[in-house]
Write a protein that binds this ligand. Structure first.
Ligand code: UD1
Ligand code: CA
Length: 485
């Protein structure tokens, strides 16, 4: 738990985000497997706050439902009209006091659209705030282009922060300042509550600015401090989809660097995309053009890619998965998947098993050492150990109304081009002949043959296609045979 455990974190997420030009509320847009607000909530959780409140407004039903899904402990406060960041924080604090919470200690305020902000930076802010004994500490950053941001105004002599001036309210001299307000603050809870009551709306936007709290506290003789973020990109706020893509790229890069430093080989970070929730063991290897999503896990010495997309899929130790799309699949240790395989939900591959080229599986388990090497569909099936499924086989699982199950034992050899019409069971050690349509159970150890008998009609070509190239070829073959004798 954090040494500077805050009394509350208030996340501001009531704004509409019109510049996204989207039917989806801005904070619900996702990068690296989490919504924007989901990243902020995850970073806030690292501080172990006593209370976590998200201020919602625009599309609040949708945002509230999403929050309940990702974090059952999150509380929401409704801001019916977006009257400014100060007003939003007031709504958050009133939600808590209204339900009998008396805040004592630090309140951290963050924006719901800054997905790159880390728990570590919030920790540094909280610790600077505590160490310096400030009434308020603002997280600032030096940015290359400060257009649109609130500027940090410092006293020329002492360097102390005197005010934050919004871009729209700033003078030309103030607009030249490159140190900006990140929108992240640590406040003393009681002083914040008192100061918010004094914030006015006589500014260019007619809003209650949270930033005015700094001037109010300073004039009342309290300590106002600043903590400068190490990397200005961390406080990037998302306003449009260009910034969304930029944040995704930066976060992806950060996640890949963390993976590489923990012992994962990433051949081409530029074409590898991973979610924040993906986990690795050392010596996993990721080839170019690969997306690893959701709760995907790569065990030690496993190899994934190139050109694969794995969602919520576990890849066992030493397994090799190439040119594959997998969703909610389990790939056992030493197994091989692809090239060109599609593992749909419920595909479970045992140790050293194989789902090879152009193989699709769904809700099907393959026992240890069993193989489906080529061109097959395996749906709704249980296959034992060390069984081989012939090329171009189809598990006929659907009768147009219901799905049915196929069970195949261990050490079986099914022939190429089989249709296994479910429900059907093939016993241990059984064989089936190539081209069979298996509709009845096959007892252990037997050979099932289910196909038309072959008959050869001698001389058919000479009679029906006289003078054709085929007829001449056949005639030559007969003569060769005779002269050989
Ligand atoms: C704000 C800051 C500015 C800072 C910038 C950093 C103020 C007055 N200005 O400006 O100094 O540099 O953030 O990105 O605080 N929100 C609400 N309710 C409201 C208004 C805003 O919940 O009534 C939320 C928004 O959804 C957003 C955040 O607060 O998540 C910031 O609001 P926004 O309108 O983007 O503020 P800026 O003008 O960017
Ligand atoms: Ca903003």
């Amino acid at each position: 738990m954090s040494a500077n455990r805050p009394a509350a974190v208030v996340v501001l997420a009531a704004g509409e985000g019109t510049r996204m030009k989207s039917a989806t509320p801005k904070v619900l847009h996702a990068i690296c497997g989490r919504s924007l607000v989901g990243h902020v909530v995850a970073a806030s959780r690292e501080l172990s706050p006593e209370h976590l409140v998200v201020v919602v407004g625009h599309a609040r039903e949708q945002v509230t439902a999403h929050l309940a899904e990702i974090d059952a402990e999150v509380r929401t406060a409704v801001q019916h009209e977006q009257n400014g960041t100060g007003h939003a924080v007031r709504m958050g604090l009133e939600e808590l006091s209204g339900s009998g919470v008396a805040l004592d200690g630090t309140v951290i305020v963050v924006c719901g659209d800054t997905p790159l902000l880390t728990g570590a930076t919030l920790e540094r802010l909280a610790s600077a705030h505590a160490t310096d004994g400030n009434a308020v500490t603002v997280l600032t950053a030096e940015v290359p282009d400060s257009t649109g941001y609130g500027r940090i105004v410092r006293d020329a002599a002492s360097g102390a922060v005197t005010a934050i001036v919004e871009h729209k309210d700033a003078t030309d001299a103030q607009r030249a300042i490159r140190e900006i307000n990140s929108g992240v603050f640590a406040f003393d809870a009681q002083l914040l509550t008192d100061a918010l009551g004094k914030v006015r709306t006589d500014n260019s936007q007619g809003e209650e600015y949270l930033t005015d709290v700094l001037g109010i506290l300073r004039e009342a003789g309290h300590r106002v401090g600043a903590a400068v973020a190490g990397d200005h990109r961390e406080i990037l706020g998302i306003n449009n989809r260009v910034q969304l893509a930029e944040a995704r790229r930066l976060l992806n890069q950060r996640l890949l660097e963390r993976a590489m430093l923990s012992g994962v080989t990433v051949v081409d970070p530029g074409t590898t995309w991973i979610d924040a929730t993906v986990t690795f063991e050392p010596d996993a290897l990721v080839h170019p053009g690969t997306q690893l999503l959701g709760a995907t896990h790569l065990a030690a010495h496993s190899e994934v890619g190139p050109n694969s997309r794995l969602t919520d899929t576990t890849v066992g130790e030493g397994a090799v998965v190439s040119f594959t799309v997998a969703d909610r699949a389990e790939v056992g240790a030493g197994a091989g998947v692809g090239p060109y395989a599609y593992l749909r939900p419920g595909s479970r591959l045992g140790a050293k098993s194989k789902a090879g080229t152009y193989v699709e599986m769904k809700n099907a388990s393959l026992g240890e050492g069993s193989k489906v090497p080529h061109l097959s569909y395996v749906g709704d099936a249980t296959i034992g150990d060390h069984t081989n499924i012939g090329a171009a086989s189809v598990f006929v699982n659907y009768d147009g109304v219901n799905k049915h199950h196929t069970t195949i034992g261990s050490h079986c050899r099914t022939g190429a081009d089989n249709m296994l019409v479910a429900p059907v069971t093939i016993g241990d050690g059984a064989y089936t002949a190539a081209g069979s349509v298996i509709t009845k159970d096959v007892p252990p150890g037997s050979l099932a043959v289910a196909r038309g008998q072959q008959r050869n009609i001698e001389g058919w070509v000479a009679r029906k296609r006289p003078g054709s190239a085929a007829a001449r070829a056949a005639e030559n073959a007969h003569q060769d045979n005779q002269s050989d004798q």
